[in-house]
Every structure is written in structure tokens, then in C-alpha cells.
Design a protein around this ligand. Sequence first.
Ligand code: C5P
Length: 219
Amino acid sequence: LTAGPLAGKRILVTSGPTHEPIDPVRYIANRSSGAQGTAIARALAALGAEVIFVTGPASVPPPEGVRVVKVETAREMAEAVEKVLPVDAGVFAAAVADWRVASASDRKLKKTRDGMPSLAFAENPDILATVSKLEEGRPGLVVGFAAETDDVVAHATAKRARKGCDWIVANDVSPATGIMGGSENAVVLITEAGAEEWPRMAKDEVAQALALRIASALA
Ligand code: C5P
């Protein structure tokens, strides 16, 4: 039996980017490394939680001691999350693609004389909003992320309301901050009580602080 303040708690963490296929060899993706989500999963497990880690194709390896569910696309991630519920808490750190290519080709697109292909997009399911608004089986604590490049607190506060989640961990991902893909993070935690600015620290430290906050919220 694992000891620790989160012993007996089942926690879902989504992490990494998603890959949205264009054809069998090409895809649309984003710059998420999965580092922050991985660190959070590790920190929650270290506090004794049973962690289910649903991850897109990340560039850092998944943590040890958690159940890893690997997915590629947003729709696969949504399905995997649904199967994992119910949980005591859900932390949605994945950078899920907002759009997918509406009809991905099952054959490699060829260069033709007719010019270049044009891609039509379709909206992906919003996993965080869907889980937050569940009438039955909503996790007791739902934590979303907001990657912003300006007006971080205002945008993240609006996002918290729109998504229906309990907390938003917001950060400034402007290229100058070096946060996306980097080892440090400077976050603002938005809760019902307002906005808390945390000092810039290593992603591992952000993860540990967040895991402790989750432990006190679930206690
Ligand atoms: O809307 P936006 O992508 O900025 O919201 C970010 C938050 O929503 C993150 O917690 C992310 O994991 C989650 N999200 C999601 N499914 C989507 C898009 C975002 O779970 N399709």
C-alpha cells in the first residue's frame, strides 16, 4: 500500500500534444513537450495517488509508477479519458489540437500538376469542457491549463468560467519567456477565490506545489 496524502485517490492527467493526421505520413501538431504534465503526474504519484496518464506523442518519456495510456489524436484522447472516469481529480495539461483535418487521406497526398492541396478543418472535442460539465461522474476537482501570450489573468479567468473547471493553471507562453519546451514555468493559479501568481520555478517544482494543493483540496 502506498502511503502519502493522496493514497487511495485516483487521478487522471492528460499531457503532451496531439497529432492530427493529414495523410498516413503527415500530421499537424504543436510545440508541447509534455514536460509539465509529466512532472505533475510524477508528483501526484509521489504523494501516493493512483495516476492514469493519458499522453499524446510527447518528447519526454512518461513517468514511472503511473498507468500510461498512449494516444495520437484529440479524438483518441477524448475516448481514452472517458474510459478512465470516474476519478477523484482530473488534471488536463495536454495541449490538445483545437482542429483536425476534416477528411484525412488514407493515401499519401501526391504532388500533382494541379497545384497544392488545401486542407479543410473540423473542430475537435473539448475534453476539459466536456468533463467539467458532466452531470454524472464529474471528478471532484477539475484542473485545466491555459497557455496565453497576453493578458494572462483576464484570459485565464474567462477560460475557467467558459470551460466550467475548478482551477486553471495559466502561463505565459510568449516565445521570449522560453517556457514552452523549457524547464521552467511561471504560472498563475486561478481558483474560485481569485488569481495567485506563483514565482518562476522549475516545472518539477510547479508540479510539486500543484500536487500538494490538489492533496489539500481532496483531503
Ligand atoms: O481552449 P484551450 O485549448 O486554450 O484550453 C486549454 C485547456 O483545455 C487545457 O487544460 C487543455 O488540456 C484543455 N483542452 C482539452 N481539449 C481540447 C482543447 C483544450 O481538454 N480540445
